[in-house]
Design a protein around this ligand. Structure first.
Ligand code: ATP
Ligand code: MG
Length: 169
């Protein structure tokens, strides 16, 4: 155990790939923490995950607006929430820790980035770590063992198809 994975790029499939990995791991008897950054709203995978013992889901209690629309108070709140969840994830003795949308939250500075980096560098020896999000920091790319970039060739959003429950969320 103890390799670092990144799912990045502008195509669809990063979060769903990490969910697939989590399901495979739990099927092999590993304990999994699935920490979702930036997300507090309803996503359908939560309805499934709550029935799977062995996967602990962690996220903030409320949905925050897009970063560009956040007030300073909201930024401070979500940062405090991310910092708390990160500490909890890395102190839980999990075999696998998925940090979904970490790359985005890290880039926006919505966490104590130095502390997050240290947790990842030290924590990867004891757990399999997965970071998702479009645009990862170069340092994590250097540190990672697996980097899979999902490239968007087509997405129906471009022809006006709105996001669909059960497919996009
Ligand atoms: P999924 O959760 O379906 O695996 P993702 O994690 O790769 O997607 P994110 O970058 O987290 O995608 O984007 C969040 C939402 O934006 C998802 O609903 C996703 O389907 C959608 N999306 C992904 N790629 C694109 C794109 N190129 N254009 C528009 N929307 C996209
Ligand atoms: Mg995603």
């Amino acid at each position: 155990m103890g390799l670092l994975h990144i799912y990045c790029g502008d195509g669809k499939g990063k979060t769903t790939a990490s969910l697939g990995l989590a399901i495979r791991a739990v099927g092999a008897g590993l304990s999994v923490c699935f920490l979702q950054f930036m997300k507090g709203g309803d996503t359908a995978e939560l309805n499934t995950l709550k029935h799977i013992p062995g996967i602990k889901v962690m996220r903030c209690d409320r949905q925050y607006p897009f970063f560009s629309k956040m007030t300073e108070t909201e930024k401070a709140e979500i940062t405090a929430c991310h910092d708390r969840l990160l500490e909890e994830a890395f102190s839980g003795g999990f075999d696998m820790i998925v940090l979904d949308e970490f790359n985005c939250a890290y880039r926006f500075g919505l966490m104590n980035c130095r502390r997050a980096r240290d947790l990842i560098v030290n924590g990867r020896e004891s757990a399999e770590l997965i970071l998702t999000g479009r645009d990862p920091d170069d340092e994590f790319i250097r540190l990672a063992d697996y980097v899979s970039e999902i490239k968007c060739v087509k997405h129906p959003f471009e022809k006006g198809v709105p996001s669909r429950k059960g497919i996009e969320y």
